[in-house]
Design a protein around this ligand. Structure first.
Ligand SMILES: Nc1ncnc2c1ncn2[C@@H]1O[C@H](COP(=O)(O)OP(=O)(O)OP(=O)(O)O)[C@@H](O)[C@H]1O
Length: 320
């Protein structure tokens, strides 16, 4: 028998399992990122909520400091839209796969789920025992809000609805997957906050263009991950520098180096600088992620994937 997790209100997110047998409620809760006092308060709230239920004579609470073994989720966020977050997500995922890892992508960008297009797939996932089976494309597994609703439909979702949809995606059949890259909606509002709390990523990558405005938003994104105790693995500066395909001269339409400087100021690692590239845009929009190819972009995304893995190794185990 079980107790409904919804009985625990906002703490339900922390519950890994709830069982009720012979009047004994056994709860397992996740305490990652909580200080001693918060942990004790969480335990007390869970005890009180369980004890108040009919048929419960005794409550046992186990608090775990780590997530159960399974895929590690890497969130990719940005302070604002259009900076290349989805492009970086898909190419990071493919580069990780080419390094020999088994990789999935969760496309949680309710404002513009673009991963099916970027991966060139229109296949819909099927559900087995109410669990979604990710589709396979270009060597990675994919579940996207774009596969669940028609285009534009998810736009008006508020935090709880988006979090509900994300739960379906996160609880899909990811068996045999090492890493899952989560493409978050751009921005730093309540929707993003509830999605981060729901996904509980082990680390986050923040994408920014070099303009000051984008960087201000990137700082907000970093603050948001800080608030949710998700370690920021680093910043990616995208669309920095443009090499003219005709004359070969490099120019900086949006400036360059701003993200690296901002990363330095905030004490966050700088992961990669990706140039503005017409071919990267054309290939991406045509469903051929450059990371899957052999050109300079593939090498750049491979280096990004290696930098992300190195940063993940540096995250203390207690935070994962
Ligand atoms: N380095 C780049 N060079 C050229 N074009 C790029 C680059 N990065 C991304 N783009 C293009 O910019 C557009 C927006 O990129 P993308 O969809 O990845 O951004 P996003 O931050 O995920 O946006 P959204 O706000 O929709 O979530 C796409 O057409 C993409 O191909």
């Amino acid at each position: 028998m079980t107790l409904d997790k919804s009985l625990f209100g906002a703490d339900a997110d922390r519950l890994r399992s709830v069982r009720l047998q012979d009047g004994v409620a056994a709860l397992v809760a996740e305490a990652r990122g909580l200080g001693e006092q918060e942990r004790a308060a969480l335990e007390a709230r869970l005890r009180a909520a369980a004890a108040a239920q009919e048929g419960v004579n005794e409550v046992r609470v186990a608090m775990t400091a780590s997530k159960p073994a399974g895929p590690k989720l890497i969130a990719v966020g940005s302070g604002k839209g259009g900076v290349g977050k989805s492009t970086v997500s898909v190419n990071l995922a493919i580069a990780l796969a080419r390094l020999g890892h088994r990789v999935g992508i969760i496309d949680a960008d309710i404002y513009g789920p673009s991963q099916p297009t970027l991966l060139g797939t229109s296949e819909r996932p099927v559900a087995r025992d109410k669990q979604l089976i990710p589709v396979e494309a270009q060597g990675v597994k994919l579940l996207s809000v774009g596969q669940l609703v028609s285009p534009g439909h998810a736009l008006a979702w508020r935090g709880p609805m988006a979090a509900g949809a994300l739960t379906q995606l996160v609880e899909g059949d990811w068996s045999g997957t090492d890493y899952i890259v989560v493409d978050l909606p751009p921005g730093t509002g309540d929707v993003q906050l509830s999605l981060i709390q729901k996904a509980r990523p082990v680390g986050a990558v923040v994408v920014s263009t070099p303009q000051d405005l984008s960087l201000i938003d990137a700082r907000r994104a970093i603050d948001l991950f800080g608030k949710t105790a998700v370690p920021v693995l680093g910043i990616v500066e995208n669309m920095a520098g443009y090499q003219c395909p005709h004359c070969g001269e490099t120019s900086d339409p949006f400036g360059s180096g701003g993200a690296e400087a901002a990363a330095g100021e905030m004490g966050v690692p700088f992961l990669a600088r990706l140039p503005l590239s017409a071919s990267l845009r054309a290939e991406s929009d045509a469903g051929r992620p450059p990371a899957a190819g052999e050109g300079p972009a593939a090498a750049a995304f491979r280096a990004l994937a290696e930098a992300v893995l190195a940063q993940l190794d540096a995250v203390p185990a207690s935070q994962i």
